[in-house]
Write a protein that binds this ligand. Structure first.
Ligand code: ZN
Length: 162
């Protein structure tokens, strides 16, 4: 069976950045399962896996536009210290949930604490990065009607993974 829309695909993968550093890997864990054609994974990886089958090895380089987007400098903002009232010490690397301009919530990371304010970054941590995936396809099966209706993979016992 080859990978196409409406199929459940299990993969083992290692994700490295442009410098060869490992960012994420399924090694030592259960394989990642996703529903093909349902935007469960980034577009650049999904399209590279189409037509492959169990046992295939796939190496693919994904540009930011087909991954987590370009780095957006407008998402880096300096906010007044008062916005962090009640937090004892604000330090670089801390994450906060902020309200976005459209009312949705957005995770921001503190980049710098300066006299004039706190520099926060709302970009996805992998925004702007070229990603290298090394994938081994483990299993390909047809999705159930219920999985197709929900748009995601269910456990073998019918439960939700998430
Ligand atoms: Zn479901």
């Amino acid at each position: 069976m080859t990978i196409a829309d409406k199929q459940v695909v299990s993969i083992h993968y290692t994700l490295t950045d442009d410098d060869g550093a490992t960012l994420d890997s399924s090694s030592g864990r259960a394989p990642l399962m996703y529903l093909h054609g349902a935007s469960n994974i980034i577009p650049g990886l999904e399209s590279a896996l189409a037509g492959k089958s169990a046992g295939d090895q796939v190496q693919v380089t994904v540009q930011p536009g087909d991954a987590y987007g370009e780095f957006d400098a407008e998402l880096v903002q300096t906010v007044p210290h008062e916005a962090f009232e009640g937090i004892e010490e604000v330090e670089p690397g801390m994450q906060f949930e902020a309200r976005g301009p459209e009312g949705g919530s957005q995770v921001v990371v503190v980049r710098e604490v300066a006299d004039e304010g706190v520099v926060v970054d709302g970009n996805h941590p992998l925004a702007g990065q070229v990603l290298h995936f090394d994938v081994e396809v483990q299993e390909v099966r047809s999705a159930t009607d219920e999985e197709l209706a929900h748009g995601h993979v269910h456990d073998p016992d019918g439960g939700h993974q998430h």
